[in-house]
Design a protein around this ligand. Structure first.
Ligand SMILES: Cc1ncc(COP(=O)(O)O)c(C=O)c1O
Length: 395
C-alpha cells in the first residue's frame, strides 16, 4: 500500500496535505527535501518555521545522536543537564528569569494562560482571569489556546469555548484599551501574526500594550512560537521593537525538528507557578533539549542573525521587483514573508511545487515564505524565478 493510501485509511483526516495530498517526503538536507520518487524541492516552508537551520543540520544531528546514546528520557522528578543548560541559555539571552518546558506551541500558550490567570488572582483580585488577544491571531489547537485564537473558523463545532477571552483589533491600541476592566489579567499577542496572514505589529501598538499592561498590572504575553528563534533576524521578534514582555512562548524552530515548547517569565510572574500547578511528562526531555542547545548555539553566533536580516531584505526586494498586477501586498519581517495575491493561492502553491519549490498559502490569498534561515541569495533567486513563472501561469 502507498503512503498516501495508508494515510487515507488509518490517519484521522485533519490535515489538508499540500497541495491535494500529492507529496510524500523521504529525505531532507539543508534547504532541500526529496520525495519518494527522488524529486528534489527547494523548501520554503521549513516544516512551518521549524527547520530554521535547514534539514538535518549536522550539529543538531550530532547533538541528538550523542544524547540518545546516553539518556533518552527521564521523569521531571530528576534533574538533567541538557534541560538545565537550555534554561540557562534562554534566560541569559532574553529578559526571562525562569522557563517551563513542554512539547508544542499550544502547550506553551496553555501554560502562559494558566500562569496569567493565577497572576491575575494574586495581583488584581479574584475576578481577574480574562485575557485579551487579537483578532486574526493564532495560538494553537488545544481548547484554551484555540479560544485565545481570534479566528471564529477555528472555534466552529467545538463550542462552548473556554470562558475568559476577548479580542481586540491587531495594531489598534484603542480597541485593546477599551477591553481592559477588573476581569482582565493579561494581553496575549504575536509580535508578527503568522497564520493570520503575516502581519507585523506596529511599534506604537506593542509599546502601547506595554504601557497599558504596566498601568493596569496586567501581564504582557508575546507568542513567539512562529516569529521567534531567529526567523525575523533577531532571536525573538520583539527585539525589533524594543518592547519586552513579562511572559513569552516558544516552540517550532527551537527544537531543530524535534517537538518542544517553552513558556518563559520574568520578575514576579516567574514565581507564580509552584510545585503541583503544572507539569509535562516529556517537557524538557534530554534529547530534545540537546537538539535545542545545538540550535541556539548556531543562531546566537553573531553573524547568523545579521545574515538573516540581510537575506530577508534581499528576498523582499526581489519579490517587490516581480512585475505582476495580481500581487496586492508584500509584508513581513526577516525571513517571515507574506505575499497577498488577487487570485487562487492554492493554484500558485501547486504550480511552484511542480517546478520544484515548496511554499505555503494561508487563507487562500496569502502566499507565505518561511525558508530555512541558512539559505543563500542564490536559493532566493531560484525561488523568485519559479514564483514568477507560477504567478504568470495562475494570475
Ligand atoms: C503563533 C503560533 N502560536 C502557537 C502555535 C501552535 O503551535 P503548535 O502547533 O506547536 O501547537 C502556532 C502554530 O502554527 C503558531 O503559529
Amino acid at each position: 500500500m502507498s503512503v498516501k493510501s495508508l494515510e487515507k485509511q488509518y490517519i484521522i483526516n485533519t490535515y489538508n496535505r499540500q497541495p491535494e495530498s500529492t507529496l510524500s517526503l523521504k529525505r531532507g538536507e539543508g534547504v532541500y527535501v526529496w520525495d519518494d520518487g527522488g524529486n528534489r524541492y527547494l523548501d520554503f516552508v521549513s516544516g512551518l518555521a521549524v527547520n530554521n537551520l535547514g534539514h538535518c543540520h549536522p550539529k543538531v544531528v550530532e547533538a541528538i545522536s550523542s544524547q540518545a546514546q546516553k539518556l533518552m528520557h527521564t521523569s521531571n522528578l530528576y534533574y538533567t543537564e541538557p534541560q538545565a543548560r537550555l534554561a540557562e541559555t534562554l534566560v541569559n539571552h532574553t529578559p526571562a528569569d525562569k522557563v517551563f518546558f513542554c512539547n508544542s506551541g499550544a502547550e506553551a500558550n496553555e501554560a502562559a494562560i494558566k500562569l496569567a490567570r493565577k497572576f491575575g488572582k494574586q495581583n488584581r483580585g479574584e475576578r481577574a482571569h480574562e485575557i485579551i488577544t487579537a483578532e486574526r491571531s493564532f495560538h494553537g489547537r488545544t481548547l484554551a489556546a484555540v479560544t485565545a485564537t481570534g479566528q471564529p473558523k477555528y472555534h466552529q463545532g467545538f463550542e462552548p469555548m473556554v470562558s475568559g477571552f476577548c479580542y481586540g483589533k491587531f495594531n489598534d491600541l484603542d480597541s485593546f484599551a477599551a477591553l481592559v476592566n477588573e476581569n482582565t489579567c493579561a494581553i496575549l499577542v504575536e509580535p508578527v501574526q503568522g497564520e493570520g496572514g503575516v502581519y507585523p505589529a506596529s511599534h506604537e501598538f506593542l509599546a502601547g500594550l506595554r504601557k497599558l499592561c504596566d498601568e493596569h498590572k496586567l501581564l504582557l504575553v508575546f507568542d513567539e512560537v512562529q516569529c521567534g528563534i531567529g526567523r525575523t533576524g533577531k532571536l525573538l521578534a520583539w527585539e525589533h521593537y524594543g518592547v519586552e514582555p513579562d511572559v513569552y512562548t516558544l516552540a517550532k524552530g527551537l527544537g531543530g525538528g524535534l517537538p518542544i515548547g517553552v513558556m518563559a517569565a520574568r520578575g514576579a510572574a516567574a514565581d507564580v507557578l509552584v510545585p503541583g500547578d503544572h507539569a509535562s511528562t516529556f517537557g524538557g526531555n534530554p534529547v530534545v533539549c540537546a537538539a535545542a542547545n545545538a540550535v541556539l548555539q548556531e543562531i546566537l553566533d553573531n553573524q547568523f542573525l545579521a545574515q538573516v536580516e540581510q537575506l530577508g531584505q534581499y528576498f523582499k526586494g526581489k519579490l517587490k521587483e516581480l512585475d505582476n498586477p495580481g500581487v496586492v501586498d508584500i509584508r513581513g519581517l526577516g525571513l517571515m514573508i507574506g505575499m497577498e495575491i488577487n487570485g487562487d493561492g492554492a493554484a500558485v502553491v501547486k504550480a511552484c511545487q511542480e517546478k520544484g519549490l515548496l511554499i505555503n498559502c494561508i487563507g487562500g490569498k496569502t502566499l507565505r515564505f518561511l525558508p530555512p534561515l541558512v539559505l543563500d541569495e542564490e536559493h532566493i533567486d531560484i525561488a523568485v524565478t519559479v514564483l514568477q513563472k507560477a504567478l504568470q501561469e495562475c494570475l
